[in-house]
Design a binder for this molecule. Structure first.
Ligand SMILES: *[C@@H]1O[C@H](CO)[C@@H](O)[C@H](O)[C@H]1NC(C)=O
Ligand SMILES: *[C@@H]1O[C@H](CO)[C@@H](O)[C@H](O)[C@H]1NC(C)=O
Ligand SMILES: *[C@@H]1O[C@H](CO)[C@@H](O)[C@H](O)[C@H]1NC(C)=O
Ligand SMILES: *[C@@H]1O[C@H](CO)[C@@H](O)[C@H](O)[C@H]1NC(C)=O
Ligand SMILES: *[C@@H]1O[C@H](CO)[C@@H](O)[C@H](O)[C@H]1NC(C)=O
Ligand SMILES: *[C@@H]1O[C@H](CO)[C@@H](O)[C@H](O)[C@H]1NC(C)=O
Ligand SMILES: *[C@@H]1O[C@H](CO)[C@@H](O)[C@H](O)[C@H]1NC(C)=O
Length: 817
């Protein structure tokens, strides 16, 4: 519309004016017509003045030629009687002639007023009349109206083409368009300035194009600004950005300390805004941008993914991070020392396993080169030569997830003293064991065995080394060396063993002794290794320890004495053996023992044997050795003879009554059964040698004073006693020649030689009836016991006839009680 209004009249006017110009030239030739052209712009609805020369002409005519025509039509004229407006003038706005001029004033200019206005002015001058043609080209301009914006898409997707049009109703061209953007923040930018084209193309919109848009249209007359229009670019989501607080990044990803609060914030640019979903190890754990773990634990380590979604576009993007939860190892580091470089140096090892990341460890004091620090497990070499005994090393462990420093320490020290060697054998000496030990120390010492020629034997061991060898005599006299090495020891230590088979010595290889005494056999072990003991065998080749009552052993380091107790000439004489054996040999030596007997003691004769009262319970016995032989004592035996009817039932046993000193010559036998019949004998002994027993004798009755009691008993007593008494009498009568004393005793004949010199209280009754008392004799008194009796022969012993059995010859006394 603007084009049409402005473009067409220009061309038309030019064409229209040509005849006028030619015509003027013609007039100029005759009367010199002057042509004058001007151009004037008016604005619709406003006023404009069209001038016709500087001074008022005498006659003038205004004509109007419509654009596109060549017809001039009169608008107003003045031939000297005032201006005369034609009808046409009404179509050209409020048209009037300015007083005292020929200029036209048009108010409220209509578009139709556009055209060529021609003022033909005639001036009557002294030189004659002059004609002027004033051509005024009037253009009616239209101001731009308020533009408006049309968009191909007000919510385009990022990357697409957006076309914006600045719409305008009216306005004379050329029109200039300026595109302005106002961001959300209020920042104004001129995006483009385009002449004569109201289209604005954005070939690839970005999110940066989001904002308010205006277009400003302007022409010669004015400029107008449109209302703003919002351009909303749809985009995203972009690749999310994850912020982890507290922020800590390692080569493995994000890290957090156990038990602290960790917040994961996900942001992904998007329009409309993103929807967020969180995943842990591929399982959904949370919806929303910020995922917070209030007390993070080591089990929370893993992959965290944030998924951002644009629900409008149905697009999504995802980002994954790795979160490692740091936690310290349990407990404390552990320290140890190992031997290194063949026991010349120390390897200090410190480990503290567990925990993420690995704990930092550091050895102090720091005496060796670089790199005392390390992670989780470190080993450092410390020169043994440069290390003092009892050096303490400290390993400190620290961890990011723990404030405290934990440490361990270790002390390097040498074993006590020197290595110790010893040898011993297994049971029965089958194997020989060489033991070497160097106890203690940290680290432990290394020990190995070598023969004296230097060959290594067996393996190397720490702390103690036992070399086992098959027992063999070939090792006797050989030496073995145990070597010991410890990193802190400046030199190799050693100890030496020499193996030796036992050697036995005795002081006396023949011993003689009288029987009955103890004897000691001595054996000395002069050298032996491994150490063994002396074993003794008796004359029967029996092990002496199996007969402890007979043998006793006294042992000392170098010797043993075998004591043979109470030697016996028959069983203990002979060859004894002292023997010793170790794993490298054995020895045995004989010792001969001769046990001698003592000579026979003399024969003994019983000089007196008599009941000391009629009670017949005690017997006084006296005896004499027959010659001056050696003797050490006596013993008395008795035999109880059976009653006559029981005779021939075998010999009754001899019963030992008492052992007596060698100087004893008498003895009182007590507590005999008065009704029994006894035989007595006495034997001398010389140590173990027992002499011949004396003659066997039976005690004789005391002198006659026993008789009435016997009689009394016979009268008032038992029938058996009476019969027995009769038998006795018959026997006595029959044997009165053989037993005169018994005969006398029973039949009352007094024998002064048989008178008893002992006066017992119980005998008083008897004595009273007897009426005799033997006072005044030496050594006799009423109070004296039988041991005080003097040994003198008082009774003639009864001699048994040869060939008669004892029963037949022994006096049998029956008494009633
Ligand atoms: C534009 O011009 C037309 C005719 O020339 C007129 O009718 C209309 O009112 C004008 N519009 C404005 C906004 O001036
Ligand atoms: C703008 O884009 C439209 C349609 O895509 C096209 O017709 C027009 O020529 C373009 N204008 C400019 C100035 O690029
Ligand atoms: C948007 O503008 C910013 C800052 O001016 C620029 O860094 C960014 O690259 C722009 N984005 C696009 C998609 O053009
Ligand atoms: C998650 O994944 C990490 C890495 O693969 C793994 O160490 C962790 O044990 C997993 N956690 C669970 C609960 O499966
Ligand atoms: C080294 O120290 C230990 C322990 O204190 C001690 O028993 C040993 O005798 C010492 N050795 C030397 C050679 O000092
Ligand atoms: C062992 O016998 C020897 C020689 O007979 C003797 O010198 C030594 O005292 C005896 N030792 C003992 C404890 O009897
Ligand atoms: C000792 O008595 C025995 C037998 O009783 C006899 O053989 C021996 O000759 C007697 N000795 C002496 C020295 O009378």
């Amino acid at each position: 519309m603007v084009h049409r209004v402005l473009g067409v009249p220009v061309i038309c006017l030019t064409v229209l004016l040509l005849p006028l110009l030619l015509e003027g030239v013609d007039i100029l030739d005759a009367g010199e017509v002057v042509y004058h052209e001007t151009r004037t712009d008016g604005v619709v609805e406003r006023g404009v003045i069209l001038e016709c020369g500087p001074i008022l002409p005498d006659v003038y005519i205004w004509g109007f030629t419509e654009p596109g025509t060549d017809t001039i039509r009169a608008v107003v004229y003045n031939f000297g009687k005032g201006p005369k407006l034609q009808k046409l003038a009404k179509d050209l706005g409020d048209l009037s002639v300015i007083t005292n001029t020929a200029s036209l004033s048009i108010e409220k200019l209509p578009l139709a007023a556009e055209g060529v206005y021609t003022c033909q002015a005639l001036y009557d001058t002294a030189e004659g009349a002059r004609l002027y043609y004033y051509y005024v080209y009037l253009r009616v301009l239209v101001p731009v109206t308020k533009p408006y914006i049309l968009m191909s898409d007000s919510s385009p997707i990022e990357g697409t083409v957006v076309t914006m049009r600045c719409g305008l109703e009216n306005g004379t061209g050329p029109i200039n368009y300026v595109w302005e953007q106002e961001t959300r923040e209020g920042q104004l930018t001129t995006m483009a300035e385009i002449n004569d084209n109201n289209l604005f193309n954005v070939t690839e919109v970005t999110r940066n194009h989001t904002g308010w848009y205006r277009c400003v249209a302007s022409n010669k007359v004015n400029q107008q600004r449109s209302d703003r229009i919002w351009l909303d670019i749809i985009f995203g989501p972009d690749l999310p950005q994850i912020d982890v607080t507290p922020y800590s990044v390692t080569e493995r990803g994000y890290s957090a300390l156990e038990r602290e609060t960790v917040s994961l914030l996900c942001q992904a640019s998007s329009n409309p805004p993103s929807q967020y979903v969180w995943f842990y190890n591929n399982s959904q754990v949370f919806t929303g941008p910020q995922f917070t773990i209030t007390r993070v634990l080591r089990m929370h380590t893993g992959h965290y993914a944030c998924l951002a979604q644009n629900t409008y576009l149905n697009t999504r993007s995802k980002k994954t991070i790795t979160l490692t939860v740091y936690y310290p190892p349990d407990g404390a580091p552990s320290c140890s020392i190992l031997p290194a470089n063949n026991y010349n140096d120390l390897a200090l090892r410190c480990t503290w396993e567990g925990g993420i990341p690995g704990a930092s460890l550091k050895w102090t004091p720091y005496v060796f080169g670089n790199g005392s620090e390390g992670i989780t497990n470190i080993t450092r070499i410390q020169k043994g030569q440069e290390t003092a005994n009892n050096s303490v090393f400290l390993c400190q462990g620290s961890h990011v997830a723990q404030n405290e420093i934990k440490s361990c320490s270790v002390r390097a020290w040498m074993p006590y003293g020197e290595p110790q060697c010893s040898a011993y054998a297994t049971r029965n000496n089958e194997y020989l064991m060489l033991s070497c030990s160097w106890e203690g120390g940290f680290p432990r010492a290394l020990l190995w065995w070598a023969s004296s020629s230097g060959d290594i034997q067996g393996t190397s061991e720490e702390n103690a080394n036992i070399l086992v060898l098959q027992s063999s005599a070939t090792y006797s006299g050989k030496a073995f060396v145990c070597y010991a090495r410890h990193p802190l020891a400046k030199t190799i230590k050693q100890c030496v063993l020499k193996l030796e088979a036992p050697v036995l010595i005795t002081q006396r290889s023949v011993m003689s002794v009288y029987e009955g005494s103890d004897v000691q056999l001595t054996c000395i072990l002069s050298k032996n290794y491994p150490i063994t003991e002396i074993t003794w065998y008796n004359n029967q080749k029996q092990h002496v320890l199996s007969i402890p009552k007979k043998y006793a052993l006294d042992r000392a380091a170098a010797w043993t004495n075998l004591t043979v107790r109470e030697t016996d000439s028959e069983t203990d004489s002979g060859q004894y053996w002292c023997s010793a054996t170790n794993a490298v040999g054995g020895a045995e030596i004989p010792i001969t023992l001769m046990v001698k007997r003592y000579p026979m003691p003399p024969n003994v004769t019983i000089s007196k044997i008599i009941y000391n009262s009629r009670q017949r319970t005690d017997v006084d016995l006296e005896w004499l050795p027959q010659n001056e032989g050696e003797l050490t004592g006596f013993f008395i035996e008795r035999q109880r003879l059976p009653l006559p009817p029981k005779k021939r039932s075998g010999d009754p046993p001899w019963e030992k009554l008492v052992n007596l000193e060698p100087d004893a010559r008498n003895y009182q036998i007590k507590n005999l059964d008065p009704t029994g019949t006894y035989a007595i004998r006495i034997t001398a002994v010389n140590h173990r040698t027992i002499g011949n027993p004396s003659d066997i004798k039976s005690p004789a009755d005391p002198p006659f004073n026993a008789y009435p009691a016997v009689i009394g008993a016979a009268i008032g007593g038992m029938i058996i006693a009476t019969i027995a008494t009769v038998l006795l009498f018959m026997y006595v009568v029959r044997n009165r020649n053989n037993n005169p004393r018994l005969h006398d005793l029973i039949f009352g004949r007094q024998n002064s030689q048989s008178r008893e010199n002992i006066n017992f209280p119980e005998d008083e009754v008897v004595e009273g009836s007897d009426g005799e008392k033997h006072a005044g004799e030496p050594g006799t008194s009423a109070a004296q016991g039988p041991s005080m009796a003097l040994p003198r022969p008082t009774a003639t012993p009864t001699n048994l006839p040869p060939g008669e059995e004892p029963v037949n010859v022994t006096i049998t006394v029956m008494a009633s009680s």
